[in-house]
Design a protein around this ligand. Sequence first.
Ligand SMILES: Cc1cc2nc3c(=O)[nH]c(=O)nc-3n(C[C@H](O)[C@H](O)[C@H](O)COP(=O)(O)OP(=O)(O)OC[C@H]3O[C@@H](n4cnc5c(N)ncnc54)[C@H](O)[C@@H]3O)c2cc1C
Length: 603
Amino acid sequence: MSDETSSLYDYIVVGAGTAGCLLANRLSANPARRVLLVEAGGRDNYLWIHIPVGYLYCIGNPRTDWLFHTEADPGLNGRRLRYPRGKVLGGCSSINGMIYMRGQARDYAQWAQDCGDSAWAWEQCLPYFLRHEDHWRGADDMHAAPGLDSSGARAGGEWRVERQRLRWDILDAFARAAQQAGIPATADFNRGNNEGVGYFEVNQRGGVRWNAAKAFLKPARRRPNLHVQTGATVTRVLLERDGDGVQRATGIEMRLGGGSAPLRVRAAREVVLCSGAIGTPALLQHSGIGPAPLLHGLGLEVRHELPGVGGNLQDHLQIRAVFKVRGVRTLNTLAGSLAGKARIGLEYLLKRSGPMSMAPSQLGAFTRSDPSQPWPDLQYHVQPLSLDAFGEPLHAFDAFTASVCNLNPSSRGHVHIVSTDPAQAPSIRANYLSTERDRRIAAESLRLTRRIVGMPALAPYAPQEFRPGVQFQSDEELARLAGDIGTTIFHPVGTCRMGRVDDAMAVVDSRLRLRGVRGLRVADASVMPTITSGNTNSPTLMIAERAAQWIRDATSDDTVNRVNTDVGITGNDYIAPTRSSAAPLAGVVWTEAEETFQNDSIK
Ligand SMILES: Cc1cc2nc3c(=O)[nH]c(=O)nc-3n(C[C@H](O)[C@H](O)[C@H](O)COP(=O)(O)OP(=O)(O)OC[C@H]3O[C@@H](n4cnc5c(N)ncnc54)[C@H](O)[C@@H]3O)c2cc1C
């Protein structure tokens, strides 16, 4: 325990997931700034994180997953869903489907409009995608998007994007069928309008998962000014009043693994929340920041009323139609025998290719639910396999799954804590298919799936609809069936959304500062006002990249953000998180809850 009067850290980043790893890297690039990155999960040294197909063993595994569930959902005919969230260095980027997708230009135009800040327009965001990208095409301006300034594009950034290392006859046939149904072929989903059908690009290097920890923490591992604390759950953001009465975040309270007494750590400049779309609103609510009725109801002191915290939950609901096929191999039967498994294992061992290098979905398509839509509003994830649910065994027959989701759902849910105990999981109410529009699009998307599958290119394989079943045809039946077979595609966002200063439901302003509290920012998927039209990992990295820039810009003027150490902070109140931080700049920067290890021990 220390009783220093000076701050231990300049910045505390809460959550070492997709956004947190990038931020920790960027903020600690300045050796004069001391950064603490706190992660509830452990290190990413579990084999199945790195072998792409291992996501199957990471989801539902307490070593890597928070094991959340949604509440029973009327739109899903009363079903609850397993709601995986990464709990490990890298966060969800350590367990996700690895698909690299920026979204559509119009998503960012909408954000700019919602926030009244043109900084969020696609043209302004693009350089921040490119800043960390390491794309297999290199700094090819074709990829940067036609007509746009490609400055900042580079091969050799940290975030590796590669082509997949396998193809399937059944997926090639689906791609041809999609083209016969009017969806053009595309070789690049990332130019601002992702319309088309093609194989996804993935975050892998040589057939191995490339997560945010490898990309952003590993290169920073020898920085003595970066302290990574794993196995520590942050339970509260600490607030104090500045001389003018405005509250300021001065640090965090956290518990090390094994349920130790709470420890307090102080940040001289900013606390940045990167705990994700579920973790961040829950942490704010536990800190007394959120909707007053919710906090009062739990007997929590309302430190700062912000009614939007935890609201506006949006997610993509994937409607998984399954088709049996004949005369073509799919993973179902390929992996169904010992010999098949051995062949698959050997191929990965020797060439880092084949089904073990496989992202869950390989083929993608973006299209319109009806021709009057100005932009693609549906995304397909097509898989050469089928199962009843993730975690269940593959079916014994050959089949493929055409999963389709509405990219711009109008249904909104929320995340609410249910007790004052931060160890208790929050209530996640997704409210899928709770609007007429979402139900109609669900029905239309299932019809479109049938139309594609009915095209001549797939005829040689005699596809037979296994789920939901051809007997169901009316809008009403299809919407109900969507509720039966729909499931999350793991993209919760929006629960601390940014917005204009006069928007009472906004949680952060357009520069990601928490409204009404100094020294506190949110930089993760929770700030998205509306969900992007595609997968959400890379947009989250872009958000973090922007936050890093704004934090650096703000703190280059010390008078703006720096805590006045004469006001409100008493040294004895704050204790060092571990024995290493008694000498925080001494060079030991990687710390686990029960163990301190040297800074080169990350793999
Ligand atoms: C199974 C799955 C598949 C997906 N597939 C894809 C895909 O193929 N492509 C794509 O683009 N997106 C995909 N996504 C979504 C994408 O990965 C997420 O949108 C993105 O990772 C969100 O990043 P984040 O930084 O907001 O949160 P996270 O990456 O979830 O990071 C939050 C971190 O904070 C930690 N944390 C939370 N609370 C606390 C606390 N109180 N104290 C300390 N630490 C805390 C967590 O343990 C976690 O490490 C998928 C997600 C999942 C789960």
